[in-house]
Structure formats: structure tokens, C-alpha cells
Write a protein that binds this ligand. Structure first.
Ligand code: PMP
Length: 353
């Protein structure tokens, strides 16, 4: 740290992303990425975009938005695209929290909410999940802060129903941000509620269910006035936030939506099968609505399991937070990758504690 860093930033704890090893070094199940190759036309779309990359990109993401509307049913002034959904979340912290308002979120949830709140110098209201890691909707009623809820939640994999989310939105005058990074694996979305509620922001990503984690594409669906607010912030930071290669690739991905939907179905089947297999190895696994499983073993610590899997060539995620220290989060890969994880776990669990 230099002597020049702003005092406010010197104490900031930055987000710690999952490790990104060299390709092929590990079976990589630590950051909930999509495990299948892109649809066949996607590589051509990236190649085609290279010819136009000497020009600044389309700030309105016109082609991408048109395809998005065909798939999601929302477009025009109700949608904003971002550089990954992390940027969308950050824009919400910048636009809707304010110094005196602050942000409210669960004690166990996506780690970036706390980092963004600190970065913006906001007051934080941390709302504990209940004993079984559920979000209790009424805990969020009448909240005096801007609410951020990952639904399904990470790293627990649990979800609220659309009705429960509607209860939270209805019982608040302030903004409620629903982070739907994993919603495609859950069978439900709250996007429809944005037509009814002007204080609801739905954030999503192409990283998990559409194979674009490295290309960085996120989106917001909300009432047009909220999108206008967020756009004002985008145009105050970087109007070219979604680059032309990503726009082109994202458009091709949406044109091949059926392929991605089939892959998501496959991932959900693999997830449910993997969950049952590790339960039969003695794990306690929370039924997951995402592309990862959150589980613990009564005899082996989370840290031990993660480090032993690493020795066996499998990278997963373990969090040091005291409440979830016993758990590991394992992303769902291909069936073959999950076979390897099960074999490694059998070996580990038969070994020393
Ligand atoms: N929300 C949640 C709950 C996540 O787990 C992630 C992925 N780390 C994100 C948002 C951000 O994803 P991205 O920026 O790749 O869209």
C-alpha cells in the first residue's frame, strides 16, 4: 500500500475471488462457471466482432437488446446491460443507497455486497439467516435501507418463492435489489414483478447459465425510471461498459438459447444426482436451486475436505466465515467431472481426519 491511497480505502477489505488456475491444471469447481463449450455459432460471432473493434461500441447494445427481448420478454427502457452483474450491483449501490440510507443484506450471502457497501462508505444492516440458512422474508419488511438479496442465495443454494419476494417488495418503500445470478437453475424468476413494482430491481448474469463468465455480461430489468437512474451512473463512469466483442457474443448466445437451456437442464440433473451421491457418503447437503452444492461432513472439516480435494486435482470453495466454516461449496461440472469428485471424496473420507 502506498502513502497516497485514500484513507477510506486503506482499511477496505477487497473481495477475494475464487482462484483462477492455469487451464487444465485442476477440475475447476470453485467459481460456479458453466462447464460446457459455447454453442457452435458463438465463436464466429466473436470473430466477426473483431473487424469492428477499432470503433467504440454501441452504448445502447441494440442487437443484444433485441435478442434479449425475444428470450426474456423485456427490452427497451426496462433493460440495462453491464460489465458482468458485479457492475450492475455496484451501480445499484452507487445509485440507490446514499449516505444516509445504507444497505441491508444477509449475514451469509454474496460477499461483494459488503465490499461495495464499504467502498461507498455506507451504513450496513446485516440480517442473519435463520438456523437452517433460510432468508426470513418478514425480517426485511419495513426496512429503512436499500435491500440486496441473492435469490437463490449464495453460497447456501436456497431460494425464496416469487410470492415471498413479492411480500418483501410490497412491504418496503425503498429499493429492493434481487440478484438472480443463479435463477436459471431454480426454475423461477422475479422479473415479472418489475412490471408491478417500481421499487424492484432484478439483476442477472450471462456468467453462470450462458457460459460467458470471462466475457463479462450482466443485465438489469426494472421500471424505466430506475433504468434511467442507473444509466445516469453508467454515463458518469464509462458509457462503453459492455464491449463490442461481448455484445456480439451475447447476441449469438441468445440466438442459441435452446442449447443453453438444455445445458442448464443437464446441470440441474447432474446437481441432484451428485447431491444424492454425497449424501450417501455421509455428507449433509442442502437441496440446491443453483449450479453448486453447499455441504458439510459430520466428521471432516470443510477446510480439510477442500485441501484434500485440491491434492486430488479438484478445486472447490471453502469460506472461513465462522458460521459456514464447516461447509464446502462445490460447483456442478459435467457428469464426468462429478464422477471424479465422488471418487476423490470416497478416497478422502476413507483416510485420516
Ligand atoms: N451475484 C452472485 C450471487 C454471484 O455468486 C456472482 C458470481 N460470483 C455474481 C453476482 C457476479 O457474477 P458476474 O459478475 O460474473 O455476472
Amino acid at each position: 500500500m502506498s502513502i497516497f491511497l485514500d484513507e477510506r480505502l486503506s482499511s477496505l477489505k477487497a473481495y477475494v475471488p475464487g482462484e483462477q488456475p492455469k487451464p487444465g491444471e485442476f477440475i475447476k469447481l470453485n467459481t460456479n462457471e458453466f462447464p460446457y463449450p459455447p454453442a457452435p455459432d458463438v465463436a464466429q460471432a466473436a470473430f466477426d466482432a473483431v473487424g469492428g473493434m477499432h470503433l467504440y461500441c454501441d452504448m445502447n447494445c441494440t442487437c443484444l437488446k433485441a435478442e434479449f427481448e425475444k428470450v426474456f420478454g423485456y427490452g427497451g427502457n426496462n433493460v440495462l446491460f453491464t460489465n458482468g452483474s458485479d457492475e450492475a450491483l455496484y451501480l445499484c449501490f452507487l445509485a440507490f443507497c446514499g449516505k444516509n440510507r445504507g444497505a441491508a443484506f444477509a449475514d451469509i450471502t454474496y460477499g461483494f455486497y459488503s465490499v461495495y457497501a464499504d467502498l461507498c462508505g455506507l451504513e450496513k444492516k446485516i440480517i442473519p439467516l435463520d438456523n437452517d440458512f433460510s432468508v426470513v422474508p418478514s425480517d426485511y419488511y419495513g426496512c429503512d435501507k436499500t435491500i440486496f438479496i441473492a435469490n437463490p442465495n449464495a453460497p447456501t443454494g436456497k431460494k425464496l418463492s416469487v410470492e415471498e419476494v413479492e411480500g418483501i417488495v410490497k412491504n418496503n418503500n425503498g429499493i429492493v435489489v434481487i440478484d438472480e445470478a443463479y435463477a436459471d437453475f431454480s426454475g423461477s424468476t422475479c422479473a415479472l414483478l418489475t412490471e408491478k413494482y417500481k421499487n424492484l430491481v432484478v439483476v442477472g448474469t450471462f456468467s453462470k447459465s450462458r457460459g460467458m463468465a470471462g466475457a463479462r455480461l450482466g443485465y438489469v430489468i426494472a421500471d424505466c425510471l430506475l433504468i434511467e437512474d442507473l444509466n445516469k451512473v453508467v454515463f458518469s463512469i464509462n458509457p462503453y461498459n459492455v464491449n463490442s466483442l461481448t455484445q456480439s457474443v451475447g447476441t449469438a448466445v441468445l440466438k442459441n438459447n435452446d442449447y443453453y437451456a438444455e445445458c442448464v437442464d443437464e446441470i440441474c440433473k447432474t446437481r441432484d444426482d451428485f447431491t444424492n451421491r454425497i449424501i450417501s457418503l455421509g455428507f449433509e447437503a442442502i437441496p440446491s436451486y443453483t449450479n453448486f452444492v453447499f455441504a458439510k461432513h459430520p466428521e471432516y472439516s470443510g477446510e480439510y475436505i477442500a485441501s484434500k480435494l485440491r491434492e486430488n486435482g479438484v478445486l472447490i470453495r471453502h469460506f472461513s466465515n465462522a458460521r459456514i466454516n464447516d461447509y464446502v461449496r462445490i460447483s456442478i461440472g459435467t457428469p464426468e467431472q462429478m464422477d471424479s469428485v465422488v471418487s476423490a471424496l470416497k478416497k478422502i473420507i476413507g483416510g485420516l481426519k
